[in-house]
Ligand binder design. Structure first.
Ligand code: RTP
Ligand code: MG
Length: 137
């Protein structure tokens, strides 16, 4: 089933010059980049994007991290791309993410309070549509 998902290259990925490598993996898998832009996220965008995490101990460090530099936002399309991109990304913690995944191959974990794990990918059809609306209004 063809789906759309919202991905972000987080500030650590942009800062380290890994945007091209990450998008290369997306395209090599056969997904299509439908929208793409680099921007400095606003506090309002991030508060909407991370509303489900408000109140958690990593919320403010996560917000500060995401505001620390530009991000690259993209909409990608493909067959079951929501689950597929999360599989390409690997598990949340880059120190234990599997080799072969973006986080496993390229991720580092410098932070004590937040996982700097290079990318975000929507986790369901509903969150993909909601997040696409936040980043590509
Ligand atoms: P994402 O939403 O970014 O695709 O990642 P995810 O589903 O794997 O992780 P999620 O639980 O939604 O958490 C969102 C982001 O918050 C940071 N985080 N840090 N305990 C921690 O240090 C911690 N837990 C979460 C990560 O940047 C994670 O991707
Ligand atoms: Mg998540």
């Amino acid at each position: 089933m063809t789906e759309r998902t919202l991905i972000l290259v987080k500030p650590d990925g942009v800062e380290r010059g890994l945007t091209g490598e990450i998008l290369r993996r997306v395209e090599a898998k056969g997904y299509r980049i439908a929208e793409l832009k680099q921007l400095n996220a606003s506090t309002e965008q991030l508060a909407a994007h991370y509303a489900e995490h408000e109140g958690k101990p990593f919320y403010q460090p996560l917000m500060d991290f995401m505001l620390s530099g530009p991000v690259v936002a993209a909409v990608i399309e493909g067959d079951r791309v929501i689950e597929g991109f999360r599989s390409l990304a690997g598990t949340t913690d880059p120190t234990t993410a599997a080799p072969g995944t973006i986080r496993g191959d390229l991720g580092r974990d410098w932070g004590e309070k937040v996982q700097k794990n290079l990318v975000h990918g929507s986790d369901s059809v509903e969150s993909a549509e909601r997040e696409i609306g936040i980043w590509f209004a």
